[in-house]
Design a protein around this ligand. Structure first.
Ligand code: GN1
Ligand code: MG
Length: 374
């Protein structure tokens, strides 16, 4: 059965393994993630919260126990930090894992699927496309705060849930291996995209090189800062950063760049009509203001200078991964139609081009905002 199809699983039985309060009424598919299957569990008893039940994709996250340990550690750290901030509300601002009745962090069903549960955060919403400067600013603040709150966490405690996740040299190697295999004979359709990648392979390695040379500190980063991974409240104020699966050591430009990729794009991540893809510079400035408000105090000058490059690298790396998956026969991302991955890739590469045209401007805005914040 298709993943995401709720008929595929005995959801009431699975939900019942967890130490949830109240009584599960109904479950329905939730969200727009490309990796896991997520269900909203409604509670019959209004006094108790709703829940999110997730089937973890263990093809992608090969060590689920390690992944769950990370999430436990990160949420505990965030909760502790928020408790010390006057006015903060840890109950709303950090994800809460619901353990099994026996205390373990995940349930494994008879088919070998891994399941976990979170408390559902009511009256929140996420945006696949950002519309207002306020939303962008709040998103920047949320991811900046996330970065700041984790700055004193011991990175050695964390497992690397997907090694080399944003390592461009690794991604290029997988891409070239897929080209050599060409299992579905799709290369002939993607020659332009391959040329696009090769023309930029060198320059896109600049953040990695700076890091390897010791000029960029490794920090604990989120690594999946798609804008829809921050929940805003009804007033469009940032409330909670979600999707903590890839929290691990990384460079700050990765988080900034992935968030910008999904904030400034006037069209969908997988837009078919490429001319609809434009860069909204007002949203860029607003996100940057929010992000640097929380982080400029501790980022190094080299890190601040690397942020603009992150804005090119992250859409490039996503386009590259979509393209690789297309060549490989769509084994990684969920797709809704056969050309979905190549359409996603083309949309991301168009966004790279648009951001390249604005590079000087991005850099100038970042520098101006950083100056007023330091
Ligand atoms: C995946 O599952 P989701 O949608 O949060 C992917 C990210 C990509 C994103 C592209 C573990 O995230 O790296 O940026 O799709 N996550 C993983 O939209 O590969
Ligand atoms: Mg994710």
């Amino acid at each position: 059965m298709a993943p995401g199809n709720k008929a595929a699983y005995d959801l009431p039985l699975i939900a019942n393994q967890f130490a949830m309060q109240g009584v599960a009424a109904a479950t329905k598919p939730h969200g727009s993630g490309y990796i896991h299957d997520t269900f909203h569990v409604e509670n019959i008893q209004a006094a108790h919260p709703d829940y999110l039940l997730q089937r973890v994709n263990h093809q992608v996250f090969k060590n689920v126990p390690a992944l769950m340990e990370n999430i436990q550690l990160v949420t505990a750290h965030l909760r502790k930090k928020l408790q010390a901030i006057p006015g903060a509300d840890p109950g709303k601002e950090v994800l809460r894992l619901i353990p099994l009745k026996d205390g373990r962090l995940y349930y494994q069903d008879t088919a070998g699927n891994y399941w976990r549960m979170y408390e559902f955060l009511p009256n929140t919403r996420s945006y696949d496309i950002v519309h207002t400067a306020q939303q962008a600013y709040e998103g920047g603040k949320a991811f900046g705060t996330f970065q700041a709150l984790l700055a004193d966490m011991d990175a050695n405690l964390l497992h690397e849930t997907i090694p080399d996740f944003h390592n461009i040299a690794y991604r290029l190697r997988l891409f070239r291996e897929a080209i050599a295999r060409n299992p579905l004979n799709r290369l002939k359709e993607v020659s332009k995209e391959i040329a696009f990648v090769e023309a930029r392979a060198e320059v896109m390695a600049s953040i990695l090189k700076l890091g390897q040379a010791g000029e960029l500190p490794l920090r604990i980063t989120h690594n999946d800062t798609k804008f829809n991974n921050v929940l805003l409240n009804q007033q469009d104020e940032a409330q909670c950063v979600i999707d903590l699966d890839t929290v691990m050591p990384g460079y700050v430009a990765y988080d900034f760049g992935d968030a910008i990729r999904t904030t400034v794009n006037t069209a969908a991540e997988d837009e078919k009509e490429l001319d609809k893809i434009q860069v909204n510079m007002n949203l860029f400035e607003a996100f940057t203001r929010g992000f640097l408000k929380e982080t400029a105090g501790f980022l190094t000058d080299t890190e601040v200078r690397s942020l603009a490059m992150g804005c090119l690298l992250l859409p490039f790396i996503m386009g590259l991964r979509f393209l690789t998956d297309y060549i490989d026969g769509d084994t990684y991302y969920k797709i809704s139609f056969p050309e979905h991955n190549i359409q996603r890739s083309r949309a991301q590469f168009r966004l790279v081009q648009k951001l390249e045209e604005q590079y000087e401007q991005l850099q100038r805005i970042i520098q101006d905002v950083a100056k007023t914040r330091k």
